[in-house]
Design a protein around this ligand. Structure first.
Ligand SMILES: Nc1nc2c(c(=O)[nH]1)N[C@H]1C(S)=C(S)[C@@H](COP(=O)(O)OP(=O)(O)OC[C@H]3O[C@@H](n4cnc5c(N)ncnc54)[C@H](O)[C@@H]3O)O[C@H]1N2
Ligand code: MOO
Length: 376
C-alpha cells in the first residue's frame, strides 16, 4: 500500500516518454514537440504590401505603370523614380518601391497618382516577423492549433512529436451493461466516457474498449490481445470471488509499481507493467472510486508517456470532510475550494456538480491548502 502522493509520483515519474515520430504539422495538434523546429522560410517570405493602394518610387506625382495582385512570384519590373504600380495587400512589392500609398491617401486622375507618403511605408519586409532559422516550436511544448499554424506559416510542414499513448479499456463485470438502461441486478457502465475524457486530455487516446465477463480466462485473453501502450481494467480490483485481475496479472509475471493506495475512496487501485512493457492500470469498480483512481494513476501515467508535464495544483480548501487517519480523503469541491458534502464511492452524483477533487491529508483543517485534481 502506497501513500497517495507516492502513488501519484510513481505514475508520473516512472514512465519515459514514448518515442518521437515525424508528424505532419497540421496533424500534430495536441502532441508534444520532441525536438525544436526552426523557420524554414522567413515570415513574411518576401517584401509584401500591407495595404491596397499604389507602390511608389521617388517623389510624386507618379505615373502609373500597371497592377500587381497577390499570387504571382515576382512583383514585376523594378519601379523607376516617379512611377507607381497599383498593388493589392499580400502582393510581392516590386524592387525599387519605397512605400505603398493606401487608396485612402492617394488621388488618381487618369494615369497620374498624387498623395502624401505618411510615416509608415506599409511594406512588410521579408523576415520582419520571423527570420529564417528562428525557433518556431520549442521542444517539450504541447503543439497548439495556433502553434501549428505559426509553424506552417514559417514553412515547417513536419514536426517531431512524441507518439501519443494508446489505451485499451477492459470494462469487467457480469452485471455491467455498456449500452441502454440496466435491467434488474445490472448497472450501467460509467467508465468508458470517463476514461476517454481523461485519456484525451492527458494526450492519449482509447483505441479499443470492450466489456469482459467475470471469468479469468476471458480477462487473460483480452489482456494478452491488447496491443496498446496502456491497458485500463475497471472493476475486478478487489478481493471478491469475481475479482480476477490480480490472479491474472500474476500468471503474466506483471510487476506492480502501485498495489493499493492509502486514500478514501479508491484504495484498491493499482499500476503494473507486463514483461513486454505494456502498462496496466486497475481502476476500482465503484464509480467515484474509479474516477479518483483515473486521476491518481491513469492521468499522470498518460501525461508522462505523452511527454507532458503533470503538475499538481494547490488551493486553500474550506468545509468539513471525514478525514482518514492513515491516508488522504479525496473530496469533491467547487472551484473556490468549498467542499461539497455527501459523497459515497458508489455514485458520481456529487462529483458531477464539482469542479475539482481535493486531496485532504489526515491533519488538514478548514482553510489549509490541499492538492487539487480537475474533474473531467
Ligand atoms: N472484502 C473486501 N471487499 C471490498 C474491498 C475490500 O478491501 N475488501 N474494497 C471495496 C472497495 S473500497 C471497492 S472500490 C470495491 C472495488 O471493487 P472491484 O474493483 O473489485 O469492482 P467490482 O467488485 O466489480 O464492483 C464494485 C462496484 O462497482 C460497480 N461497477 C463495477 N464496474 C462498473 C462500471 N463499469 N460502471 C458502473 N459501476 C460499476 C459494481 O456493480 C459494484 O457495485 O470493492 C469493495 N469490496
Ligand atoms: O475504492 Mo472503494 O471506496 O474506496 O469504493
Amino acid at each position: 500500500m502506497q501513500s497517495w502522493h507516492a502513488a501519484y509520483a510513481i505514475a508520473r515519474d516512472t514512465p519515459a516518454p514514448l518515442p518521437a515520430e515525424p508528424t505532419p504539422t497540421a496533424g500534430a495538434v495536441g502532441r508534444v514537440a520532441a525536438a525544436p523546429a526552426r523557420a524554414r522560410s522567413a515570415v513574411p517570405a518576401f517584401d509584401t504590401a500591407a495595404m491596397d493602394g499604389y507602390a511608389i518610387a521617388g517623389p510624386g506625382p507618379w505615373t502609373l505603370s500597371g497592377r500587381i495582385l497577390a499570387g504571382p512570384a515576382a512583383g514585376g519590373p523594378a519601379l523607376a523614380a516617379g512611377t507607381a504600380v497599383e498593388i493589392a495587400t499580400g502582393a510581392v512589392v516590386p524592387a525599387g518601391a519605397e512605400a505603398v500609398l493606401p487608396y485612402e491617401c492617394a488621388h488618381r486622375r487618369g494615369q497620374t497618382v498624387t498623395g502624401a507618403v505618411g510615416p509608415r511605408d506599409h511594406i512588410r519586409r521579408a523576415g520582419a516577423d520571423v527570420p529564417a532559422g528562428d525557433l518556431v516550436v520549442p521542444a517539450g511544448r504541447v503543439v497548439t492549433a495556433t502553434g501549428a499554424a505559426a509553424a506552417l506559416q514559417a514553412g515547417v510542414e513536419q514536426l517531431w512529436t512524441v507518439r501519443p499513448p494508446s489505451v485499451t479499456l477492459l470494462v469487467t463485470g457480469d452485471e455491467v451493461v455498456t449500452a441502454g438502461p440496466p435491467g434488474p441486478g445490472q448497472v450501467r457502465d460509467v467508465f468508458t466516457g470517463l476514461v476517454e475524457a481523461v485519456g484525451s486530455r492527458a494526450g492519449g487516446h482509447v483505441r479499443d474498449a470492450r466489456h469482459v465477463p467475470d471469468r479469468p480466462d476471458r480477462l487473460r485473453t483480452c489482456l494478452d490481445a491488447a496491443t496498446t501502450d496502456v491497458v485500463v481494467v475497471t472493476g475486478a480490483s478487489s478481493a471478491g470471488a469475481a475479482d480476477h485481475l490480480h490472479t491474472v496479472l500474476g500468471t503474466r509475471d506483471a510487476t506492480w509499481h502501485v498495489c493499493g493506495v492509502a486514500c478514501r475512496p479508491g484504495h484498491p487501485q493499482g499500476l503494473a507493467t507486463l514483461p513486454d512493457g505494456r502498462w496496466v492500470v486497475s481502476l476500482p469498480g465503484n464509480p467515484y472510486a474509479g474516477l479518483v483512481a483515473a486521476l491518481t494513476l491513469l492521468e499522470p501515467l498518460l501525461r508522462a508517456l505523452a511527454g507532458r508535464p503533470a503538475e499538481l495544483l494547490r488551493m486553500p480548501v474550506t468545509g468539513t470532510a471525514r478525514l482518514v487517519p492513515d491516508g488522504v480523503r479525496i473530496a469533491p469541491a467547487r472551484h473556490d475550494g468549498t467542499i461539497l458534502p455527501g459523497t459515497g464511492s458508489g455514485s458520481l452524483h456529487v462529483a458531477a456538480s464539482a469542479d475539482v477533487l481535493v486531496v485532504l491529508p489526515s491533519a488538514w483543517t478548514s482553510g489549509a491548502e490541499a492538492d487539487v485534481l480537475v474533474v473531467p
